[in-house]
Design a protein around this ligand. Structure first.
Ligand SMILES: Cc1cc2nc3c(=O)[nH]c(=O)nc-3n(C[C@H](O)[C@H](O)[C@H](O)COP(=O)(O)O)c2cc1C
Length: 323
């Protein structure tokens, strides 16, 4: 499939997830079959005010193509400028606008999913980003609507298409649902039927079969995987096989999974330093151990980890005792 002339291999995308899908994790997911990745969301205001802390979030991997950078904000002029900055800094192929974030601080101030309550402003924001992107494709990621009494994803998608978006991503939940309940794939199908640009379907892909089903039910061009790949980047490999009608490969043995976790943490340390990488490893590595019998002792140790040396020691213990 193509997004505004940028071709994407396969039908699987990794969802943008702040605090999770950093460059290290995206690198691993791409190696295992994610054909398209999007950075964590970056504040347009922070970019316009030249906040140095935001720039590293825009960094893409050398092999990370095609990929999108994601920005959020609701001031059209600032979004136009931020789009230009984000594309220039990252060299990304595509820019994505976050109109789905439900976090109160973001949504209540009118950004993220707050824009679904102001569709006319959302159109002006999208048009501004299209101008700032100067020819590069713009995509918009949003939800079904603000709450179940105000579902407007179909009109919203049409409005985004009219504003110049080259694709839309729909997370099949309302803002009020946050991450609870089940995602409605039927609404995503309704969006698919309403627009002629590609649609990326998102919400509740936790297994290879879910990936096959979401594409079938929605008719969308791409399936975007979020929480399902926490500590399990092999979901991409397995979903790829399922989509190709091939036998689904089993998860690699525990020792190999730990090696992948450690590689991810070491990559993160390269990009953001050992201290931050180890703080983030506390949750990231624990996800790799989900469902592993008798891993409690090691998960507790991970909660306190501060150095790569400690990570290696814990890994040796897991391999010795559990693998
Ligand atoms: C920890 C976390 C951080 C997220 N950060 C972002 C973000 O930065 N930008 C965005 O568009 N969506 C963000 N999302 C939403 C996901 O991209 C996705 O839409 C949502 O998790 C539903 O997909 P899933 O059911 O496969 O997890 C985030 C979700 C989670 C759980």
């Amino acid at each position: 499939m193509e997004i505004g002339g940028v071709s994407i291999e396969g039908a699987l995308a990794l969802a943008p997830m702040a605090g999770v899908t950093d460059l290290a994790f995206r690198t691993i997911c791409r190696e295992l079959g994610a054909g398209y990745t999007v950075t964590e969301m970056v504040s347009a205001k922070a970019l316009c005010y030249q906040d140095k802390k935001s720039l590293p979030l825009l960094r893409l991997g050398e092999e990370e193509q095609p990929a999108a950078v994601q920005i959020f904000g609701s001031d059209p002029a600032c979004m136009e400028e931020a789009a230009a900055i984000a594309l220039e800094q990252s060299g990304a192929d595509i820019i994505d606008i976050n109109m789905g974030c439900p976090v109160p601080k973001v949504a209540q101030s009118g950004d993220g999913s707050g824009l679904m309550r102001r569709p006319e402003l959302a159109v002006r924001v999208a048009e501004a980003v299209v101008r700032g992107a100067a020819g590069r494709p713009v995509t918009v990621k949003f939800r079904l609507g603000w709450d179940k009494g105000s579902i407007n994803c179909v009109e919203f998608a049409r409005a985004m298409e009219g504003a110049g978006a080259s694709a839309v991503t729909v997370h099949g939940r309302t803002r009020a649902q946050m991450y609870s309940g089940t995602a409605s794939w039927d609404w995503i199908r309704a969006v698919r039927e309403a627009v002629s640009i590609p649609v990326i379907a998102n919400g509740d892909v936790f297994s290879p079969r879910d990936a096959v089903r979401i594409l079938k039910v929605t008719g969308a061009e791409l399936a975007m995987i979020g929480r399902g790949c926490f500590g399990n980047p092999w979901l991409f490999q397995q979903a790829r096989a399922a989509l190709a009608g091939e036998e689904i490969p089993p998860l690699p043995p525990l020792a190999e999974r730990c090696d992948t976790a450690v590689r991810q943490i070491r990559l993160a340390a390269q990009y953001k330093g050992e201290h931050i990488a180890c703080l983030e490893a506390r949750k990231q590595y624990a996800w790799y151990l989900r469902g592993v019998p008798h891993a409690g002792y090691y998960k507790e140790q991970l909660c306190r980890v501060n150095t790569l040396e400690e990570i290696d020691r814990i890994t040796a213990g897991i391999k010795r005792d559990l693998a």
